[in-house]
Ligand binder design. Structure first.
Ligand code: NCD
Length: 312
């Protein structure tokens, strides 16, 4: 494996499985397991907002014995117009052993990896990939259906619902789930779930109820208003028409959950727009694995940092 992690689509199935197997081992370890990152410094360059991903990379690095420094767009020279390449090279020159990058623009992870000597881990770039999210979602889906022994997801259906076109989570989830044999259904209106997403190996479905009946897990995506041109401050967007129309077609409400199999899980990468794509009743129900996704994210990121950056 190269020492960069740009996306899951670029990894083979064995490489992805090895990361998941190591994540499973991390889950079984005591919380403060020092070792692979002892005395190493990880630069967390988060040029877009983040709660879960940023904090879990920070915890993951520290649990492996490493240190972290953080740079955000606000308050840094990025706000003065410094380029991505200059920003990451500056952080590298300050002495970090690896950079974890979140950035708004497509291609940011490749661009940064191209100018760095140290490993680069993509923590979400533009609409393209969010590989550690794809890994943690595969982990949680496998766990929910008793597949943690092999991570084989064959015979299972995973539905991804909502603003698929703007979602880097959707792309990494499709790469991860299809690699382990799951059938992936992308669901949403044409304005945000274009038929061409099927080129990635999933099927496109416009009828949410039909997808719910088939699914063994439903990943509800956040409406990415910040990526919709002309989105208004109230959340109205030309892509969804009125919020009421969108909810009528694609919100996971208490009524809609009744279409799901009893064993099917509800997932959301967070942050959720409660009352838009998902209702409180569903997000707080026993079948919701949203906080489990967060917990497993630490183990996955420990596995990634240990394999790509760690010593031995
Ligand atoms: C996602 C992201 O930033 O891509 N969040 C996350 O990392 N858990 C999803 C989103 O912002 O909607």
């Amino acid at each position: 494996m190269t020492r960069d992690l740009i996306g899951l689509a670029g990894l083979d199935t064995d490489q992805i499985r090895r990361l998941l197997v190591d994540a499973r081992a991390m889950a079984a370890r005591p919380p403060m397991w020092r070792g692979p990152l002892d005395d190493m410094l990880i630069g967390l360059v988060f040029l877009e907002d983040s709660t879960r991903t940023r904090v879990s990379f920070e915890i993951a690095a520290q649990r492996l014995g490493g240190w972290t420094i953080e740079l955000s767009g606000r308050g840094s020279s990025v706000a003065k117009g410094e380029s991505l390449a200059d920003t990451v090279r500056t952080i590298e020159a300050l002495g970090v052993d690896a950079i974890v990058l979140r950035a708004r623009q497509d291609g940011a992870a490749e661009e940064a990896a191209g100018v760095l000597e140290c490993p680069l881990i993509n923590a979400g770039a533009g609409t393209q990939e969010h590989p550690t999210q794809g890994l943690l979602d595969a982990y949680v889906f496998a766990e929910a259906h008793g597949r943690l022994d092999t991570f084989d997801l064959s015979g299972l259906t995973y539905a991804i619902v909502g603003d698929v076109d703007h979602s880097r989570v959707a792309r990494s989830d499709i790469a991860a789930m299809t690699r382990f044999g799951a059938r992936v259904i992308c669901v949403g209106p044409e304005s945000m779930c274009h038929a061409s997403i099927a080129d990635l190996g999933c099927v496109v479905e416009r009828d949410f109820e039909r997808a719910l009946q088939a699914a063994d897990a439903v990943q509800m995506l956040r409406m990415q208003f910040e990526r919709h041109e002309e989105a208004g401050p109230t959340g109205a967007s030309p892509l969804i028409g009125s919020l009421a129309d969108y909810r009528a077609g694609y919100a996971l409400t208490a009524d809609r959950v009744k279409h799901m199999k009893p064993s099917a899980a509800v997932m959301h990468p967070g942050p959720a727009n409660r009352g838009l794509e998902i209702d409180d009743f569903v997000a707080d129900s026993p079948r919701a694995l949203i906080r489990r996704q967060v917990t497993c994210g630490v183990w996955v990121r420990m596995a990634v940092l240990a394999q790509l950056v760690g010593k031995g």
